[in-house]
Design a protein around this ligand. Structure first.
Ligand code: ZN
Ligand code: ZN
Length: 408
């Protein structure tokens, strides 16, 4: 059972609560476009997880069946505690290596791209992290922790980390010594040189204290990555660091350096390209966040379309198990294309509006012809969405200036 998907309503409730607190405190914790991008990345990562999970989990199952050293009873409280402790320890190393090895950072960087820090950022996850993380947890299979126990504990560790992504909670006294907290995880999301690659713990922060990667929060961090993404597109968010690495590999003269780039630390460059590039100092006042300006009508359209896409995506996560493969992958493609279009519209990209109109026009006959979703209200919903899109498109072409370049 994927408990993370079951918790989606709780996530949205707590995001609502944080928005309310921000309003009361007169603070800007959220930006609409940034949150759309965060949730878009979260949904894309869940869709990819559905595609990959069975094959990735096969490794754990196989090792458990063939190589386990102990028969661990499912009903023992000590076994559950041991599994959680073991998982959290291995999570620390997975997370730390995700920051220290370029190929792993390319998958994890997505979680760090937001220049905001709020509960929506917690849901911003890299689509390909699962392809890296499963290897780190194999020792638990060899020890003999039953697969269902492992999966449950893994969900618990992930769920715990949701609440620590907030600026609304200050320091928590002695808890800061033991647990990952909002304060010490804010540090983890900072791009200030002294905060980079610190505080990787999942539930326990003691691993960072033990292995020398702990730093307490001093001034509030400047959030994000050293070379900002400057995009709301969730697919580009997952690919941009690979594009960056391929560009560097092309420019490197020696073949050995091209390969080394994959395993080197982020920031490392071969000597012929200038050697290691340390993270630059940041001045909070002089570091404007990425912002785009689209016409209000277009923004509203993108937001409505985004909500519909999130609803269809959530339906996919709950129900896809009972759908035939063609339905499953058509819906997933429709959702991903919708998220990309929303990002493009908010960035004011010229391709976004025609692409969005094409997506919805293609969806109508597809859904009707194949009865792909086996739900009578679904074609109606999609037809309504298409009508809305085409209406917005006409409104856009007829009354709003065509030039919606992103204002950077
Ligand atoms: Zn991280
Ligand atoms: Zn985080």
């Amino acid at each position: 059972m994927n408990y993370v998907v079951l918790a989606v309503p709780v996530f949205f409730l707590l995001i609502g609560l944080e928005l309310l607190i921000a309003r009361l405190q007169e603070k800007d914790y959220y930006s609409l476009s940034d949150s759309v991008a965060d949730l878009g990345c979260g949904l894309v990562s869940q869709l990819v997880e559905v595609a990959l999970k069975t094959s990735l989990f096969a490794g754990y199952l196989l090792l458990y069946q063939r190589c386990r050293q102990f028969e661990i009873p499912v009903h023992s409280v000590a076994a559950w505690a041991g599994c959680l402790l073991g998982y959290d320890f291995l999570y620390y190393w997975f997370h730390r290596k995700s920051h220290e090895v370029n190929a792993f950072w390319a998958a994890h960087v997505v979680h760090h791209q937001s220049e905001e820090y709020n509960l929506a950022v917690a849901l911003r996850q890299g689509a390909f992290q699962g392809a890296v993380s499963w290897v780190f947890y194999l020792p638990l299979a060899v020890i003999g922790f039953p697969p269902l126990m492992f999966l449950t504990v893994s969900s618990l560790d992930t769920l715990y980390q949701f609440w620590i992504h907030t600026r609304a909670i200050g320091r928590l006294g002695p808890l800061e010594w033991v647990l990952s907290t909002p304060s010490n995880h804010r540090v983890h999301h900072g791009r200030n040189p002294k905060y980079i690659d610190r505080n990787h713990g999942g539930i326990l922060i003691v691993w960072d204290r033990l292995f020398g990667t702990y730093v307490a929060e001093q001034e509030e961090p400047v959030y994000g990555i050293t070379t900002p993404l400057r995009s709301w597109n969730p697919v580009w968010a997952n690919l941009h660091y690979w594009a960056d690495l391929i560009g560097k590999a092309r420019r490197a003269a020696r073949p050995a350096d091209k390969l080394r780039l994959l395993l080197a630390r982020p920031g490392w460059l071969p000597a012929d390209l200038g050697g290691f590039q340390p993270a630059p100092e940041v001045d909070p006042a002089g570091t404007p966040k990425f912002m785009t300006s689209a016409p209000a009508g277009l923004k509203a359209y993108a937001f409505v379309q985004f909500l519909i896409t999130i609803a269809v995506g959530t339906l996919f996560l709950f129900r896809q198990g009972s759908w035939p493969p063609a339905t499953r992958w058509t819906t997933a493609a429709f959702v991903v294309a919708g998220l990309v279009a929303c990002g493009g519209l908010l960035e004011g990209r010229r391709w976004a509006a025609p692409a969005e109109a094409a997506r919805l026009t293609a969806a109508v006959p597809l859904v009707h012809a194949a009865d792909v979703l086996h739900a009578s209200w679904m074609p109606a919903l999609i037809t309504a969405t298409a009508a809305l899109a085409i209406g917005a498109w006409l409104w856009r072409v007829a009354w709003v200036s065509v030039d919606t370049r992103a204002l950077e």
